[in-house]
Design a binder for this molecule. Structure first.
Ligand SMILES: [Zn+2]
Length: 215
């Protein structure tokens, strides 16, 4: 049995998925939370860092945690351009809250470039994390960024990164590089059925239909 542990980092989350013996770290938080995340990693035998996407609030600590624990970083190839410039994939927002979050994000993207890193493992849809001791598979969830991925743990717990958000209320992503893809990914999650959804921002809740289908 694999357990998902939420590590709250301000308004964002990282997760440790572990099997009682070894584990993986999913996302790494902002630098303000480096100690908290490092401490949590120290409690488990972490074998891999998986990034749901390369925005700084998920990836800022990736380089230093990878170095201090000597563990590789895994992510989608399609987000590599974001490591150097978080603004490389333009973001859009439509809702009131979305626009607020967008303007704050763009400021941060400029003000705090990430320490660069090179992912040793490139993940794509359907990949298994068995080699790292975890019964989970990668689900491609493009839209928020091109390389956004989710981690489906034992067909029960789905970590979605920012493919969905629960910042103010549970919703499809308020920020997206590609709206059509984002909606398709949200629909894909809804179709996965019985799951607990673990967000990059906000508390976990039960899966639901995220997109109204047109009648
Ligand atoms: Zn993001």
């Amino acid at each position: 049995m694999n357990c998902v542990h939420r590590i709250k980092c301000g308004n964002g989350n990282c997760y440790i998925v572990e099997n009682g013996n070894t584990g993986i770290l999913v996302d790494t938080g902002k630098r303000e939370y480096l100690n908290r995340v490092t401490q949590a990693c120290g409690q488990y035998n972490i074998k891999l860092i998986v990034l749901t996407h390369a925005h700084f609030d998920h990836s800022e600590n990736a380089a230093v945690i990878s170095e201090s624990f000597g563990i590789p970083i895994a992510m989608s190839e399609k987000d590599i351009d974001l490591i150097k410039f978080n603004s490389a994939q333009r973001l859009f927002a439509e809702t009131f809250f979305g626009k607020i979050v967008l303007s704050a994000s763009l400021k941060d993207f400029k003000a705090r470039p990430m320490r660069e890193f090179k992912p040793a493992v490139l993940l794509k849809d359907g990949d298994s994390l068995k080699d790292y001791g975890i019964d989970a598979r990668i689900v491609s969830l493009p839209g928020h960024t091109q390389g956004s991925i989710g981690i489906d743990v034992e067909n029960r717990d789905l970590i979605v990164g920012d493919a969905l958000m629960n910042m103010f209320y549970p919703t499809v992503s308020m920020l997206y590089h590609d709206k059509d893809q984002m909606l398709l990914s949200a629909e894909k999650i809804g179709n996965m059925g019985n799951r607990t959804i673990y967000f990059g921002h906000g508390k976990p809740i039960a899966n639901r239909r995220w997109v109204k289908t047109k009648s």
